[in-house]
Design a protein around this ligand. Sequence first.
Ligand code: GLU
Length: 436
Amino acid sequence: MSISAASAKATSPHALPSYLNPDHPGPWGIYLQQVDRVTPYLGSLSRWVETLKRPKRALIVDVPIELDNGTMAHFEGYRVQHNTSRGPGKGGVRFHQDVTLSEVMALSAWMSVKNAAVNLPFGGAKGGIRVDPKTLSRGELERLTRRYTSEIGIIIGPTKDIPAPDVNTNEQIMAWMMDTYSMNEGATASGVVTGKPIALGGSLGRREATGRGVYTVGQEAAQHIGLDIGQARIAVQGFGNVGGIAAKLFAQAGATLVAVQDHGGTVYEAAGLDVHALLRHVSEHGSVQGFENAEVLSDEAFWGVACDILIPAALEQQITAANAHQIQARMVIEGANGPTTPEADDILHERGILVVPDVIANAGGVTVSYFEWVQDFSSFFWSEDEINARLVRIMREAFAAIWQVADEHQVSLRTATFIVACTRILQARELRGLYP
Ligand code: GLU
């Protein structure tokens, strides 16, 4: 680009941060709209609402690593602590080629809301590196993870901010993070991350927890709208740790999985896909592409599939004004963070389609992360049955309280969840007062 073109771009409205562009607000802009929607319901606490509209702390780090071919590569990493009024920051770390600061800010804010919605003693935080981890060898991935952990080591810690897995990060990456932080501290600090391998103080049930939570709130919501899970048809976008587990649990309860979309394509079978065979196929081939005994649909056709429950469990901004009119489902359960834009939310609401929002629907993962953190602190580990029973109880109680608020104010479940969560966060803020 020539210098004059670059300066013209800098002065054009397109140079504004994306969240200030009303046509393409991006995840942080969407979050700000969600806060605006809830403000009228916060009573006198609304005088603190500005604290929700900016992150407490945001760190941008350079992550240089040596590649296997001997050259050096630089990646940009982030850790954002949105709010710590109710406790240490808590939230995952994402490795993805599209990660931006604005996205991580929004994801950290949604963690604040999610953690407060299920009443965990945490604030909200999130991290990420803009990288396509599929292009890295195992050694490169380890060096990337360790350098990133060292760089954000100045703000994380078991009582400060506790990372966990998110998109494209897993137990092994948490093990490297825990080891790096511990090496720098000179003492093993298992409580610095959650979602670790069981052998390093991880919790039973953590890997399945997000999917189990999606299934649990799905059961509760289905009861409210008179939908029999045993007869329900399910369509899932994203067939990883969240979508895959949720689909398996719904299928175990008798539901029929009719369509799955992931980064490799869309497969459809009106009579029902074999969930276990599909899970095996994805673990062997990396995506649903090439799965036999299924019809292949276009990416757009996925949204119009005849089903009762649609579970977006991949990335943000998938259900938009462009496809919300096609959706046939009776309810949408958001396994992903931020999959529905505010315009799409309104369209679904007008069409009578119930949306169970991310900030409650996918809170199962962080709930069992909380159990892991508690177990690490006490070095006393619980049985899987105990963990699942506590998880289900927390999710059911939180959902019931949110349903009641939605009913009382005649608002969507998203606004109701924000009312419950923002009230808790701002009550803590008010009690703590403004320092100094
Ligand atoms: N990344 C997950 C989420 O978005 C889990 C976070 C955690 O366990 O801290 O909720």
